[in-house]
Design a protein around this ligand. Structure first.
Ligand SMILES: Nc1nc2c(ncn2[C@@H]2O[C@H](COP(=O)(O)OP(=O)(O)OP(=O)(O)O)[C@@H](O)[C@H]2O)c(=O)[nH]1
Ligand SMILES: [Mg+2]
Length: 299
């Protein structure tokens, strides 16, 4: 290679960046808004994300594989919570170049945060402390988190929801990633949408999000969604057959709602979002079933 070429070429930086944090701090919202499309479902309820989800970001500076993870929580007693908590840490057993430790300054530091601090301290990789929800000024417990600013290699304040300072965050991440001559993934392996989920899983996640948004208390935590059939009827129309599974008949009744109104509402919300995402007409046949054993399928 001639010296002229060498001096002109800016080395690219690429790597895998995993998020870590308590439930509800805004990890999935951040990944979606960094990537610019929905890869992970979000809701005001904790424990929305149940397994790690990857999404690819790339520009002239290089490639970043973001890994959204389930929030880490203290009391994991039931089988679903236990498994979800284990899954939160799985990405860190693989090659992760950088951790984004997200905190929500509007919530008090507590034992749950202490657990996350303990886990994060053991990670032998660079860490960026991401202070999220700066669009909210009151209440703030910023001072309780100050010690973390010293422990991490960089600090960035953002609003994931309003996309504030996301450019600064990306710039910080790129400077901390290793230089690599080659792309780390073939971008063609991440066709639109740029996620590592097959479409059935993605559709099931959208349905599960609507369950989280439209049911109360423990109901969302007893449920999952399964897609049985996706049939392309013609160039513009897709027929989807799916089920919401719950562990108990009582919850099944709540999910169906009076006169079937609740499940109809969940189905309509999911259908509309899928229509927007795919630009196709969607028929969604959605039913509710009791299956006490579905948590065993969490893997
Ligand atoms: N005001 C405000 N709300 C935010 C911000 N980021 C996320 N949220 C909200 O916080 C709630 C939780 O967001 P999620 O992205 O689902 O949080 P998460 O960390 O992925 O949660 P789990 O998957 O349960 O671990 C949602 O209601 C979001 O709209 C932010 O910057 N500002
Ligand atoms: Mg999440």
């Amino acid at each position: 290679m001639s010296s002229a070429t060498q001096s002109n070429s800016v080395p690219k930086r690429s790597g895998t960046v995993a998020l870590i944090g308590r439930p509800n701090v805004g990890k999935s919202t951040l990944v979606n808004n960094l990537i610019g499309q929905k890869v992970a479902i979000t809701s005001p309820k904790p424990q929305t994300t149940r397994f790690p989800i990857e999404g690819l970001y790339q520009d002239e500076r290089g490639q970043i594989i973001f890994i959204d993870t389930p929030g880490i929580f203290l009391k994991a007693k039931d089988p679903v919570s236990k498994r979800v908590n284990e899954k939160a840490l799985e990405p860190f057993n693989k090659d992760v170049d950088l951790a984004l430790y997200l905190i929500d300054h509007t919530r008090k530091r507590d034992f749950e945060e202490a657990k996350v601090v303990g886990i994060t301290r053991k990670l032998n990789i660079p860490k960026v402390l991401v202070i999220n929800k700066i669009d909210v000024t009151e209440p703030t417990y910023r001072a309780q988190y100050r010690f973390l600013e010293e422990e991490c290699d960089a600090v960035v304040e953002i609003s994931a929801l309003n996309r504030t300072h996301l450019k600064t965050l990306l710039e910080t991440i790129f400077t901390m990633l290793p230089e690599r001559d080659q792309p780390i993934v073939d971008a063609n392996l991440y066709p639109y949408p740029a996620i590592n989920l097959d479409s059935r899983t993605f559709i099931a996640e959208i349905i599960r999000e609507k369950v989280f948004l439209r049911t109360r208390k423990e109901v969302p935590y007893t449920t999952t969604a399964v897609v049985d059939n996706v049939i392309e009827r013609d160039a513009n129309t897709t027929y989807i057959q799916a089920r919401v599974l719950t562990t108990d008949d009582t919850y099944k009744k709540m999910l169906i709602g009076a006169g079937g109104r609740r499940i109809k509402e969940i189905g309509t919300m999911a259908r509309k979002e899928l229509e927007t995402a795919t630009n196709r007409k969607i028929y969604l046949d959605l039913t509710v079933e009791t299956d006490r054993h579905w948590p065993e399928t969490l893997g």
